[in-house]
Write a protein that binds this ligand. Sequence first.
Ligand SMILES: C[S@@+](CC[C@H](N)C(=O)[O-])C[C@H]1O[C@@H](n2cnc3c(N)ncnc32)[C@H](O)[C@@H]1O
Length: 334
Amino acid sequence: MCAGSGEKRTPLGVNMVRYHLSFYPNDVGINDCLAGMFLPYFIRVVHTQPYLRWLFSAFMSTTKWQEAAMVMAPRWQFFDDLLKNSVEKDDIRQIILLGGGYSTQILRNSKLLERNKVTVFHIDLPKLTESYISTVNSFLLGINNASESSDTLSDICPLDNINIPKTSHDIAIEYWKNYVKFISGDLNTDWESKVVPELLGLGLNINTEKILIIFEAVAQYLQPQANEKIFEFIAQKCPKGSKIGWTSFTRDSTTGKTRADILKNIGEPVLFSLDSQTQVEEWHKRFRLSIKECITSADLIMQRLNKYFLKNHEKKIESHTRYIIAEKLDIPTV
Ligand SMILES: C[S@@+](CC[C@H](N)C(=O)[O-])C[C@H]1O[C@@H](n2cnc3c(N)ncnc32)[C@H](O)[C@@H]1O
């Protein structure tokens, strides 16, 4: 039951929102047209026809999807900023995407990652990993298993301003082939027995090279012990200066409705949460991590999203998540 929680609705749902948002103006900063490659063919067709796209937009804006978009947009920006700053300012050359889902982050940033020779380890459940690899292979390398379409990467990016130029496409291919490594495993059960040994086997350097762990919208689907093991790995094995960017779910409610109940109803129960700022601080202290940034989803939304396009100042926004960046301070104990 627990294994795979968050596997059904969320990765595809998240990509639907991302793809949809890529049709908004550029300054919103959601140019994730690549998310479209994971979606059913008919959704991509809808988006290539202006009238159908308008209808789809109208539908999205009158449903819960708008709320999802409000949450997703700033979250996406938060983690993109983290990746860019870690590579450009902190000289991090190894990234672990824990529960990477169908995130297109590494492909969208392949130019930066290629230039800096950053290795990415993408970890998720076996089925999802398999489908991620075959989808990207089919769009990026033209190894097309899907009979329904002959889409290429640029077909799913119909707006001029987000079209992928040929050179970027080539870079993405080179990057994908040389620097992205996959591990399929269940973070609830396989962390010590499979995931860590495979990470080391695939070349993760825990002795001298700082590591960035991106753990976005996953911790709440894991058992508390699984999260403890992951954070213990950072505390005990990762070099000083390594970072984790993650989302910490809270059951606190600022508006009366709890997001945890909603998730339970759709079959994705919250298994782990830190419910107050004190708990968040204690958790990081326990694992010798210094919090560099910690912002609630509501504050992030107000700060960044409203500024651009939704103008939703009057609406009370539920704060169900904290976005956190924390840094490993001391040297590892062997
Ligand atoms: C909400 S999605 C987030 C995906 C991605 N991080 C993003 O932000 O787009 C949650 C991800 O966690 C993965 N996941 C859930 N339970 C897991 C487990 N026990 N082991 C490995 N991955 C898991 C799901 O397969 C899914 O891809």
